[in-house]
Design a protein around this ligand. Structure first.
Ligand code: SAH
Ligand code: SF4
Ligand code: F3S
Length: 477
């Protein structure tokens, strides 16, 4: 059998031999999964001897890692591509477009016909083949369009990249699963990210141990629905840095998400554990207990509501009712009084009546969310909701959006005001200079604060809160 070509080796050798190292720039759209994917691609490129460019204007390789969850996300990418089209006439560089947007066949056709200046089109499932695609373009100047899913057993995780390619030194996202099986009627994610598969526990824990060794103190466990972790496993090549061992690993027994949290809680050096996203339909009593009892697990849950109307929720295929959601949130608040619950809400879903919308406002009032991402429904072709004809006029949707935020924002402000004159351990995220820092409280509240001490990201210090706004609080150390 032929050995597969090692394109990583070929590119490394090429970079080693050249006088001027080729540079790359990655622009990321969308969610934390995409951010983490970009970090991994950056790790891969650095490992092959490419260097990071300051901006896309002087990079030899420009990579767009795209999102298509709403039409506006795609419009943003297409808008930026037209700038690159102009740049392409002025200087030579390789342009690669990958991610969720290009996982759609129609989008590949559009890019192939209308955006011929794009050199590489790749998807979400084959991003680990980027070295091969780059090699083909560099060596033969051909255009590559490939969004193939690849071998079922080919684990998309690139486990041996340098762990230091993170955006933040002190915190990291860690994928615990890929894809989604929920098929909410409005959502494109299951179509562009494929079926839900969990990473083996050992693989996740080894990555977190390696990150902790590299100075990471906060971990964000990532998945479209982390609560259903352990449903179906990937088989993975697990590299154990401590022993140098590498072996195929597919666990016999499925660990649940609360069990995984317990294991992460034991990793030395990790101080805070966060996770997102939690689907309300899969929130178990064990998970509530884990949140309550595990000291490193932060007291914050991102629990997308989407709509407060039981009728709309059924239309959306969310598998819970208004009452289910409320009783889950109340149960969480009762078990963990200091918990912060944030959410995602969509307004203007097809057929949403004034009564349906009133139910959404009602849940907002009753649960008192600490934060919310609010969206106007955006039609995504290929999803079941795209066939609906009972669309809500834009004016009505805009008006509901404004009414929703005017209900939400005062609640968020009041919740922040309640922190005034209290002191919270705050983990430094970044410094803005002149002794001013940005940090986060355990419950994820953003804190701007002053300190006379020289602090670094990852340090945790007590901060007394003096003032509160809707999206942050301010204080002094
Ligand atoms: N897996 C996560 C969220 C993924 S997408 C979950 O289930 O909660 C992030 C958010 O985008 C969703 O929670 C939803 O509120 C919003 N969203 C997804 N598709 C959308 C669409 N077609 N129009 C408007 N908002 C959408
Ligand atoms: Fe989309 Fe629903 Fe899956 Fe979240 S759970 S990614 S909203 S289909
Ligand atoms: Fe967007 Fe893909 Fe994330 S569609 S929200 S980048 S999973």
């Amino acid at each position: 059998m032929n050995q597969p070509t090692d394109y990583r080796y070929l590119l490394s050798s090429r970079n080693d031999a050249s006088k001027k190292k080729q540079s790359f720039y990655i622009k990321t759209y969308g969610c934390q999964m995409n951010e983490r994917d970009s970090e991994k691609m950056a790790g891969l490129l650095l490992q092959m001897g490419f260097v990071a460019a300051e901006s896309q204007d002087d990079a030899d390789i420009v990579i767009y890692n795209t999102c298509c969850v709403r039409e506006s996300a795609e419009d943003k990418v297409l808008g930026h591509l037209s700038i690159l089209r102009r740049q392409k006439t002025e200087r030579k560089f390789i342009l690669a477009v990958g991610g969720c947007m290009t996982q759609q066949k129609d989008m590949v056709s559009l890019l192939e016909t209308k955006h011929k200046y794009v050199d590489i089109i790749f998807g979400t499932a084959n991003r680990h083949r980027l070295p091969e695609f780059l090699w083909r373009v560099i060596e033969s100047g051909e255009r590559v369009a490939d969004i193939s899913e690849g071998d079922e057993n080919e684990f998309p995780e690139i486990t041996d990249i340098p762990v230091t390619t993170r955006e933040f030194a002190h915190k990291a996202g860690v994928n615990i699963m890929y894809g989604c099986n929920n098929f909410c009627s409005y959502c494109i994610v299951p179509y562009v990210r494929g079926r839900e598969k969990s990473r083996p526990v050992l693989d996740v824990i080894e990555e977190i141990k390696a990150l902790a060794k590299d100075g990471v103190k906060e971990i964000m466990l990532l998945g479209q629905n982390v609560n259903s972790y352990g449903g179906e496993w990937w088989e993975a090549d697990v590299h154990i840095p401590a022993t140098g061992e590498c072996h195929k690993y597919k666990p016999e027994k499925n660990a649940t998400f609360p069990e995984l949290l317990k294991l992460v809680n034991e990793v030395q050096g990790i101080e805070r554990i966060r996770f997102m996203t939690s689907h309300p339909k899969d929130f178990s009593d064990e998970l509530i207990a884990a949140l309550r009892d595990l000291p490193k697990v932060c007291k914050h849950v991102h629990l997308p509501l989407q709509s407060g109307s039981t009728r709309v929720l059924a239309d959306m295929n969310r598998n819970y009712t208004k009452d289910d959601y409320i009783s889950l949130a109340l149960q969480l608040q009762e078990a963990i009084p200091e918990i912060a619950i944030s959410t995602d809400i969509i307004v203007g879903y097809p057929g949403e009546t004034e009564e349906d919308f009133a139910d959404t406002l009602d849940v907002v009032k009753r649960i008192q969310f600490s934060g919310a991402f609010t969206f106007i429904y955006s039609k995504r072709s290929g999803t079941p909701a795209a066939d609906r004809t009972d669309l809500i006029p834009r004016k009505t949707a805009n008006e509901r959006f404004d009414r929703l935020t005017s209900e939400l924002y005062p609640i968020m402000t009041r919740k922040n005001e309640a922190k005034i004159n209290h002191t919270f351990p705050t983990m430094v995220e970044e410094t803005t200079g002149y002794g001013i820092y940005k940090g986060r409280i355990n419950d994820h509240t953003l804190v701007h604060f002053r300190s006379k001490q020289e602090l670094s990201p990852g340090d945790t210090v007590p901060v007394q809160i003096n003032t509160a706004k809707t999206f942050y609080v301010s204080g002094t150390h």
